[in-house]
Design a protein around this ligand. Structure first.
Ligand code: HEC
Ligand code: HEC
Ligand code: HEC
Ligand code: HEC
Ligand code: HEC
Length: 453
């Protein structure tokens, strides 16, 4: 039994006009063109009373999900043209908006005007969209299968809230991870799970313990949710920061490194072991838009004279491993060519800017021809999932023959974890601003060995 029916009943009890089942609000693709823009209030209206929440939401990516430059570039330069030439993916012309510009999808305004036009699509994932969601359709939340019923009644987490501007109804769905999953799980036209943040969470330790998304992304603080509201001990902060905030990323993955032997001689073949752990996230890292993200481990040794040596990771020999070790020359993303009308497009560097030989913790997304893609809608299958699961550690070894001319004294080995939101070669090719792909340091650790005379 899905959660939808009880939610709809709650809505009827809340006094909204839901006269006939046939008029019931629709979900997913069936909702296209069913609700005009003017049924939703603008965030500026909510901001007159919900001051802090409004300022927080303005700073979160969900309020920019349609206007953000990389979203605009990928939608208008890749997805929309691709939908025009490839029938299999035609649905994304409207579908991308189901999560990035939901008001435009509901209004049937697809593709919406470009962000510069200043249309209501720009409101992205707005206050009134989330607070009009009464439930979702089906068993699994995914592909914007939320059900929206905008109007006088705002869906909220608490009972008995009184507002001069609107009515409120307690809706437990807003406190659930499934609510987030309606947009944070996505299935491609090929039926592959190209976003699965909620599904990852559900099978992981936080999901099993019932620690929902809201606990980490909307933590409670004492205060008022509206300027004339009641003082409460636990007002949900609308922070929603993720990979776009270097502070949120900092330390999310931990690394420790040690040598198997502490005392060595020049010319020795030595081994180092690094342990990497996803210590803070409630889902895989990277999650969500994993097709675009790079998370990698870089190890470097420095001898007593200050000379540095880059250490490549030892291969483990599992199937598909070649896509998890950075190459300086491998090409991928050839499917961009046909999307932009360039059939001879050779592709772009698969792993830029990761130094060759470094381990990449990734889930390779593969196009119908088996090549890596950053177009999640064009993903027909996956390579081996080598991301970091929550609260699980993974070891990597580095075997290295110490050069004969390494001087006696300390040899320091540095392990660093880096993160980049978008493969650099793709970003540069499409003119995505540098702040979107420049690597961000996540964590580091160092250990020392002694080189004997
Ligand atoms: C004129 C002021 C005013 C405006 C405008 C306003 N609200 Fe409210 N709202 C309130 C007050 C006051 C409360 C009750 C807060 C309390 O006492 O905890 C409230 C409560 C809520 C709740 C219920 C919170 C809960 O704890 O369950 C939601 C949801 C909500 N508002 C959403 C919105 C949205 C979305 C908008 C814009 C479309 C909006 N409000 C506009 C004043 C306002
Ligand atoms: C991505 C969806 C989303 C957006 C966008 C969003 N909210 Fe919320 N809001 C929630 C959820 C979920 C909760 C309840 C969390 C919980 O209690 O677990 C909530 C809670 C609230 C509450 C009650 C807070 C409390 O703890 O008393 C108010 C008031 C509110 N939102 C207003 C707003 C306003 C105003 C905006 C826009 C400036 C907004 N929300 C944008 C999802 C959203
Ligand atoms: C235990 C705390 C925790 C829980 C529970 C949690 N998250 Fe996160 N989340 C994080 C941390 C820490 C990050 C930053 C690391 C990152 O970006 O991968 C993050 C990042 C994200 C990102 C940005 C990822 C990216 O690469 O852009 C999204 C989206 C997200 N979380 C959504 C969710 C959703 C949806 C849920 C519930 C299904 C959830 N989170 C549950 C801690 C949590
Ligand atoms: C209507 C669809 C929708 C719903 C519902 C939704 N999200 Fe999102 N969320 C998005 C989209 C789209 C983005 C990507 C924004 C962008 O373009 O970078 C996003 C991005 C995020 C990010 C990443 C921010 C960053 O800095 O990278 C976090 C964290 C997040 N959402 C958390 C949540 C949580 C928690 C919930 C449930 C309370 C939720 N979202 C519900 C659509 C949604
Ligand atoms: C089912 C909901 C959903 C659909 C459909 C969807 N997206 Fe997203 N999109 C998201 C969420 C959620 C995120 C944030 C994930 C994260 O941060 O890990 C996101 C992230 C992105 C990002 C990365 C933003 C950044 O700054 O890193 C781009 C670009 C993007 N989407 C474009 C598209 C395009 C183009 C389409 C249509 C082909 C599309 N999306 C369809 C939910 C969706």
């Amino acid at each position: 039994m899905s959660k939808t029916l009880p939610m709809l009943l709650a809505l009827v009890a809340g006094g909204a006009s839901l006269a006939l089942a046939a008029d019931a609000p629709k979900a997913g693709d069936a909702a296209i063109g069913t609700i005009p823009y003017d049924r939703f209030e603008r965030p500026q209206v909510c901001a007159t009373c919900h001051l802090d929440i409004a300022r927080q939401h303005e700073q979160a990516m969900m309020s920019q999900a349609y206007t953000h430059h990389w979203d605009e570039i990928e939608y208008f330069r890749l997805a929309v043209p691709h939908a025009g030439i490839e029938p299999k993916v035609a649905g994304v012309r409207a579908g991308c908006n189901g999560c990035h510009a939901p008001l435009a999808l509901l209004a049937g305004d697809v593709p919406p005007p470009e962000p510069a036009a200043g249309s209501r699509a720009n409101e992205s994932v707005s206050c009134d969209l989330c607070h009009s969601v009464v439930g979702f359709e089906g068993e699994t939340p995914y592909n914007f299968n939320w059900i929206s019923s905008p109007g006088k009644v705002k869906q909220g987490p608490r009972p008995g809230r009184v507002s001069p501007h609107h009515e409120t109804v307690e809706n437990p769905f807003l406190r659930s991870a499934e609510f987030c999953g309606t947009c944070h799980n996505e299935q491609s036209p090929f039926g592959t799970w190209v976003k699965a943040t909620h599904l990852e969470w559900r099978k992981g330790p936080h999901g099993r313990a019932g620690i929902v998304c809201q606990e980490c992304h909307m933590p409670p603080a004492a205060g008022r949710s509206a300027k004339m509201g009641e003082e409460l001990p636990d007002v949900r902060q609308h922070l929603f920061h993720g990979a776009h905030d270097p502070g949120k990323l900092a330390g999310v993955v931990e690394v420790r490194i040690h040598p198997v032997e502490r005392e060595i001689e020049p010319g020795d073949r030595i081994q180092l072991v690094a342990v990497v752990v996803n210590a803070k996230a409630g889902h895989e890292v990277p999650t969500g838009s994993a097709e675009e993200r790079l998370l990698w481990l870089d190890v470097e040794a420095r001898d007593a004279r200050g000379r540095t040596f880059h250490l490549p990771v030892d291969p483990k020999g599992f199937p598909g491993e070649e896509l998890t070790i950075a190459s300086a020359t491998a090409l991928a993303y050839q499917d961009i060519g046909p999307m932009v009308g360039d059939a001879a497009f050779p592709g772009l560097l698969r792993d830029a800017p990761v130094p060759a030989g470094d381990r990449i913790f990734r889930l390779p997304y593969l196009d119908p021809e088996g090549r890596m893609t950053i177009a999640q809608w064009n993903t027909a299958s996956f390579g081996t999932d080598y991301r970091l699961a929550p609260l699980a550690a993974r070891t990597e070894t580095f075997t290295w023959t110490v050069p004969d001319d390494v001087p006696p004294g300390e040899l320091t080995v540095h392990a660093r974890i880096w993160y980049s939101r978008l493969v650099a070669s793709v970003a540069e090719h499409l003119g995505v601003p540098a702040e979107e792909w420049q690597p961000v340091p996540i964590n580091e650790h160092q250990t020392t060995l002694t080189v004997l005379d």
